[in-house]
Design a protein around this ligand. Structure first.
Ligand SMILES: [Zn+2]
Length: 703
């Protein structure tokens, strides 16, 4: 380990943002104590539920810390009751989505064992020392990148397969998507590449890339993404590689599986990191080599303090035995290697009281319980509400009005209630009764296909009507400034507005009666102005299941006018085999759209919007300077990220394609362009640099 690297790591130690605190040990205290077998069953059920959300849908409901607590409790119970233990290898999870062919790993891809306290980490350190007879070993301590795990196979230096962790034995083959990751070479540099190597790494988004992407999206009127890790996971599982290129993903390599010939394997973890960098791959740079536990712990604490200074998201550090021969001696268990341990930083928590539990009715009728809290400060923000997601979760936690609860905020995830402090509960607090009827319209609730999700099925439910209108006027829809939930409630109560089209029939007098003369004038103009928004905005504003701005834009692009969509038939959207006919839209989404758009109520909504003037496609972008032009991007541009360049091209009416062919109008080449540049030259396609692209966007240049 070089001293310079050590200095780099030391530099920011003084900056204190978040200290590593000892995690509160989760006490299992419920009204009637379940038997270990019952509790194990409950935990497995909950973990399976959250695994599905985390791995397959990239949309977790609970924080990683809360999830880890469930897993630790299960592991501890299984340790105490080995007769109840589950099959080996089930601790890894499973991210296989069913949307990709699966591929077996040559060497199983395990997860890491996790620790949360100094004592746990020290116990691991001592265990390794004992089983190696206190041999002279060294340790590598490195940041734990927070993204999605990937295994990259290079054969004779060429990237041949990219596979997700899956269940540890086989995962989703996402090779085309991995090739779309910027900064991941498809060919290794140098003449010391092995015949075959399975490199293990993490796909993630830097804080900067994430922030940038959200700025671009917000400018384009799209909903910002909520969490970088979930975005990385979701992006790697997109079925269209062209879409992946628009997500500024990064990757880091931190380990390996198969390596042939084995004799050329590095002898130390630290050498591996250097080797990987030599091949031109993104390697772990911020690592340290340490020897004794006192130093290990001091460095772990230092890393906890400076974790926000790293450009990438991290949720902890990983401690690995440096010597590969010792790693091999220690071996692996069913879930994880015996020579490595993750230490997870704690989330920020606070204790507060539940003042009330309210039930919200969503625009599709789904009931979401929300805990109204006594305001409490967590990590600089005041938290007054926490979502309980669905009635199932409410029941699981058994939250009652008046309860003292532990609230947690991790990253950008909505605050969560992680535990109810039942020992502080007043004996007489009644159980929160599950609602039987919709709080807004008193229609009996129905339980959806997914247990615990209850919905009001009355399409005229005033709460749903209001939510739908709120969505329509929001920035995800036609973006009418000056209409908020309060005004919508008044408009609905006065029976003036039921569906979006009604907004355009409001007279100045109607508005004046509700908001006063002065505001009415401006609002009336705002509503009229929104009619000239691109037609996809109106479509996105209808809240059709699975149709967000991006999908709405694709539908509008394919079918042109809103009017055409009012006459759409199922077979225009899907083939008889149920395959999507809409470019860039997946099969399941296309089927959901077909089902929704062919319903009379939805059709009437579209006809209504057409009737009030939405329609002859007013998408101004389509008259932009790049209208109808196909552009291919290759290499790194000096100032624009791939996503930014794409957004600009699309906003100017152009289309970004991934392959160069005779339909390509321009190739924009940056630094280190790939084979696309050669293809462009061969086909005689006009090649531009970033300045050339900017000139084109400004309406100059080109042919
Ligand atoms: Zn209702």
């Amino acid at each position: 380990m070089s001293t310079s690297m050590h200095t780099v790591l030391r530099r920011c130690v003084g900056i204190v943002r978040l200290s590593v605190v000892v995690l509160f040990t989760h006490a299992v205290a419920v009204a009637s104590t379940p038997t270990p077998a019952e509790r194990i069953g409950e935990l497995r059920e909950q973990i399976a539920y959250h695994d599905n959300l985390y791995f397959r849908q990239a949309a977790p409901e609970i924080s990683d810390q809360a999830y880890d607590r469930l897993k630790r409790e299960l592991r501890e119970l299984e340790r105490l009751h080995p007769e109840l233990a589950g099959p080996a290898g089930t601790g890894i999870g499973d991210d296989r989505s069913g949307r990709f062919p699966t591929r077996a790993h040559l060497v199983p891809m395990l997860s890491l064992e996790k620790s949360y306290t100094a004592a746990e980490l020290q116990a691991f350190f001592a265990r390794v020392a004992r089983s190696t007879d206190n041999a002279d070993i060294t340790w590598v301590l490195e940041p734990k990148y927070d993204g999605i795990a990937i295994s990259l196979t290079y054969e004779n230096g060429r990237l041949t397969h990219a596979v997700t962790r899956g269940n540890g034995r086989e995962g989703d083959e996402v090779t085309a998507n991995a090739r779309a990751i910027r900064g991941l070479p498809v060919e290794l540099a140098g003449d010391d590449v092995p015949e075959l190597v399975e490199l293990r790494g993490e796909v993630y988004l830097t804080h900067d890339a994430f922030a940038h992407l959200n700025v671009t999206r917000t400018k384009a009127g799209l909903e910002p993404f909520a969490h970088p890790r979930n975005l990385a996971a979701g992006s790697l599982k997109l079925t269209d590689p062209a879409e992946v290129t628009q997500r500024p993903l990064s990757v880091v390599i931190h380990g390996w599986g198969a390596w042939e010939p084995a004799a050329t394997q590095p002898v130390r973890q630290a050498d591996f990191n250097a080797q990987v960098a030599g091949w031109g791959l993104p390697a772990v740079e911020e690592y340290l080599v340490v020897e004794d536990f006192a130093t290990v712990w001091a460095e772990v604490e230092a890393c906890g303090e400076r974790r926000w200074d790293w450009p990438f998201p991290t949720d902890g550090v990983v401690l690995k035995v440096n010597e590969v021969a010792v790693q091999d001696t220690l071996g692996v268990n069913a879930d994880a290697p015996n020579w490595a341990m993750a230490f997870k930083f704690s989330a920020e928590q606070a204790i507060t009281r539940v003042r009330a539990i309210t039930l919200q009715v969503g625009r599709t009728g789904q009931i979401t319980p929300v805990a109204e809290l006594e305001p409490v400060n967590i990590g600089g923000t005041t938290i007054a509400r926490a979502s309980l997601h669905n009635l199932n979760r409410l029941r699981q936690l058994d939250v009652r009005i008046g309860d003292t609860v532990r609230v947690e905020k991790a990253g950008e995830i909505i605050p969560q209630i992680v535990a109810v402090l039942t020992e502080r509960r007043d004996d007489h607090l009644p159980i929160f009764p599950l609602p039987q009827v919709c709080p807004a319209c008193l229609t009996p609730l129905e339980v959806g296909a997914q247990g615990g999700i209850m919905s009001c099925t009355n399409p005229d439910c005033p709460a749903q009507v209001r939510r739908r209108l709120e969505h329509f006027v929001s920035a995800s829809g036609v973006d009418i400034k000056g209409i908020g939930p309060a005004l919508i409630a008044k408009l609905v109560d006065a029976d003036l507005v039921q569906v979006p089209a009604d907004l355009y029939r409001l007279s100045r007098e109607h508005l004046a009666a509700l908001v006063g003369e002065n505001k009415a004038e401006k609002l009336h103009a705002e509503i009229a102005r929104s009619r000239s928004a691109p037609s996809w905005r109106a479509l996105a504003g209808l809240g059709i299941p699975r149709v967000g701005p991006a999908t709405a834009e694709r539908l509008a692009r394919q079918f042109g006018e809103l009017d055409a969509l009012t006459r759409i038939r199922s077979e225009d959207l899907i083939t008889t085999e149920g395959k999507s006919r809409v470019a860039g839209v997946g099969d399941a989404t296309a089927r959901a759209i077909a089902e929704s758009l062919t319903q009379p109520a939805q059709r009437r909504q579209l006809q209504g919007l057409h009737a009030v003037g939405f329609g002859p496609t007013s998408d101004s972008a389509r008259q932009g300077p790049l209208q109808g032009r196909r552009v291919v991007l290759t290499g790194a541009l000096p100032t624009l990220s791939r996503a930014e360049a794409t957004a600009l091209i699309v906003a100017a009416g152009g289309e970004v394609a991934t392959r160069v062919n005779r339909e390509t109008d321009y190739v924009v080449a940056g630094e280190k362009p790939g084979s696309k540049l050669a293809a462009a030259r061969q086909l005689g396609i006009q090649i531009l640099d970033e300045a050339g692209l900017r000139a084109l966007l400004a309406g100059h240049g080109g042919d």
